[in-house]
Structures are given as C-alpha cells and as structure tokens.
Design a protein around this ligand. Structure first.
Ligand SMILES: [Mg+2]
Length: 172
C-alpha cells in the first residue's frame, strides 16, 4: 500500500533532472508542483536560473503545466509572467487536477512526468495516474505551512518503513 508513495526517481532540484533522458524515453509533458519545487513557498516569483530552466524545457518541446494546491492568487501571480498554464487549488493527491492538466497539454498519462517535493500529494497523485514521478528535495522547509509539516512527519515514517523493507533505495 505504501508503494504508491515511492517516486520513480529522486533528485536534489529540478536542475538535476536529465531532460535528455526523459526525451529519449518519449516523455512529452511535465506537470510540476510550485511551492518548494520550483521556488521556496514564500518566493512570489521565479528567479533568473529557474526562468532559464523553464525556457530550456519549452525549447525542447516539452509541454508544461503547474499544478499546485495553493490558491489562485499565489499560482497566477507566479505563472502568468512566465506564460505557463496552471491549475490552482488542485487538492493533490486527488486526480481531477491531473486530468485537467493532461487535457491542457493534450497528452496521455504515460507521456507525462510529475515533479514535486511531497510524497503524499505530488508523488501519490502522479503514481495513481500512471505518470513518471520525480521527487525533489524541498527548497525552503522552514517556510512550510502546518498541513505540509504534518505531511513531512508522515513522509519520515513512511520512508523509514520502506527502508526497513528494502523498498527505498539510498541515493548513489
Ligand atoms: Mg510543494
């Protein structure tokens, strides 16, 4: 039952994602979380490094949608200047917002990657959709709200259990 929480891949940051490899494997779209995945939860806008990465993602022909559980004000303020489509108040791990993102990209789940910093929302939802899930390290853990803090506690318990049963492989 905990298997649904295991990401297919773990990386430090979005910049560590091997876009060449994903392209070679035929992935065409990226659904990405916002808070603590692209920027810290209290950073209102993208920084130049992130802007360059997002440009590179688009230049390669990947379709991109931000799917965030945060409110419209936060997500629109961040995504609109970047000209990126978004789904706000997504209620991940519920699947409705993932389906909406697929419709926006006109892609199938098996063509799509999900990137996020939380196992209980991003990874669980993406895995349930049959998408390729990538877990990043949260950018600014000190800025997280209380629901995320609870999720982090559950994440620690889950990873400890997965480690004991040999299902959570340590990073190289
Ligand atoms: Mg997040």
């Amino acid at each position: 039952m905990l298997e649904g929480l295991i990401p297919r891949l773990r990386v430090g940051t979005v910049y560590d994602i091997d876009l060449d490899l994903l392209q070679d494997k035929g992935y065409k779209g990226i659904i990405t979380d916002l808070d603590n995945t692209l920027v810290g939860a209290k950073d209102p806008l993208a920084n130049p490094k992130l802007e360059a990465w997002l440009e590179e993602v688009k230049r390669r022909g990947f379709k991109l949608v931000i799917v965030s559980n945060n409110n419209e004000h936060r997500v629109a303020h961040f995504a609109t200047p970047l000209d990126i489509q978004y789904v706000h108040a997504a209620r991940k791990p519920a699947l409705k917002a993932f389906h909406k993102a697929l419709r926006l990209m006109e892609l199938k789940p098996e063509e799509t990657i999900v990137v996020g910093d939380q196992m209980l929302t991003d990874v669980l939802g993406g895995n349930r959709m049959g998408m390729f899930t990538i877990l990043v390290q949260p950018i600014a853990i000190q800025d997280e709200g209380w629901t995320t803090r609870i999720n982090r506690r559950i994440e620690r318990i889950v990873t400890a259990r997965l480690r004991r049963t040999g299902k959570w492989h340590e990073e190289d």
